[in-house]
Design a binder for this molecule. Sequence first.
Ligand code: ATP
Ligand code: MG
Length: 254
Amino acid sequence: MSGPLVVKIGGSTLGAEDTSFEDLVALQQRGLRPIVVHGGGAMITDWLDRLGVESEFVDGLRSTNEEALRVVIAVLRGVVNIELVAGIIAHGGTAAGFCGVDGAVVRAERYDPRLGFVGRVTQVDPALLDATVEAGVIPVIAPIGIEAPDQPLNINADTVAGEVARAVSAERLIFLTDVDGLMDEDGRVLSAVDRPGIEALRVGGALSGGMIPKVEACLRAAEAGAVAQIANGRLPGTLRRIIDGEQAGTRVGG
Ligand SMILES: Nc1ncnc2c1ncn2[C@@H]1O[C@H](COP(=O)(O)OP(=O)(O)OP(=O)(O)O)[C@@H](O)[C@H]1O
Ligand SMILES: [Mg+2]
């Protein structure tokens, strides 16, 4: 049996007129085994603003103090995760919400004092995900990891998606975001790019913000044998088109 399909749904596409729920349910009914990882950057920013909690970005990653961490957890594991699970269920699918703390699926550690309670992934234990997928349920994962013994950490969702894809030996990793794919210096969407191509884009300054962790996650997953793709989740049917082999977005890595 082929490996699962890991889909990262960007906070940037949430609430848009997309068809990700329908597509996920249709793919599940076709026997593919989706695992969803989601972001929620815009909604976190919105809630931090509303609550008057300061936050800043360092190299595209959110710096998180203790107060911001509580908001991050509440918004991701609460609001966003439940919306996604309910959305899949509303479209006839079966889904269950998790974050990386549940089942200690995502182990993490702090790595940069400038970023505070932001983690990098040290290990993914796929047991709970495998069991969930085998039970015919789509796991929906909020990007929060656990640092031993009991500290939750905010992790970039793209990074979590890439590491989950590796741990479950995913067939594919698909990033649904708010742009048509990875763009070059001139704003042209590339249909495919390899590691040297990414390096050239980086050197040329074409990679910034949220695209940096995305391409890195793609390269990590591709290294482990997954087909990694970045595409526009706001266009109807993107997910199904990719699975059906149609051109959509940018294939990254091998
Ligand atoms: N070379 C590039 N090609 C395309 N987009 C780029 C590039 N460099 C930077 N970006 C930015 O990356 C953004 C997508 O990443 P972003 O983190 O904002 O969204 P997301 O990851 O889908 O959502 P979330 O972070 O909430 O999960 C695009 O909207 C674009 O502004
Ligand atoms: Mg992002």
